[in-house]
Design a protein around this ligand. Sequence first.
Ligand code: AMP
Length: 201
Amino acid sequence: MNGWAGRIVFEAIDRAALLWLGGWLMDPAEIQRLADAVRDVPDFPKPGIVFKDITPILGDGALFEISIRALAEVAHGAKVNTIVGIDARGFIFGAAVAHLLGAGFVPIRKKGKLPWATEFEAYSLEYGDAEIEIHKDAVHPGERILVVDDLLATGGTASAALKLIEKLGAETVGVAFLIELEFLKGRERLGDAPVEAILKY
Ligand code: AMP
């Protein structure tokens, strides 16, 4: 097999492993325990938004452990070098997943928070507009990235994060969310990156 054909085959195997393992290894009873702990807060931070509060999961050691294991399953077998976590709840989940996988952790932050030279992207949220940044030297060409955040809503944030990673030449091999608000169709904005969510609403 020549170079490019081999690369396509190996990428297909990686992707299949990512999707299969992401979908099958977790115990449904554990996933239900996570779902039961998510608290709906109506009209926060604006009227009409139902905020999915994940702090009850963070505050319970057993549930936090299940959530991190579930997010890490998404990457299993996909040879991830680095977890990119999105400001701010993506830091909590992403750093713990990185620790579990023995991967590095890179923060994508809201504009103005990172001290070194950055790339930035503007995007729109379910409830407002924002800009996010990544350090220019945080990820490198050829590096294999798993992006982690707590929630996929409209997909604006995650799509901006994927653009930043692409600008720096690294490869996003997966995008893992604890929660997906499916009715907002955010995954349609994430191109062909493999997207997995543990809880779907
Ligand atoms: P989006 O860019 O619209 O996909 O929004 C995703 C980001 O906004 C995530 O980082 C979430 O933490 C946050 N977010 C958006 N909508 C909600 C919601 N209904 N409940 C909790 N967090 C949300």
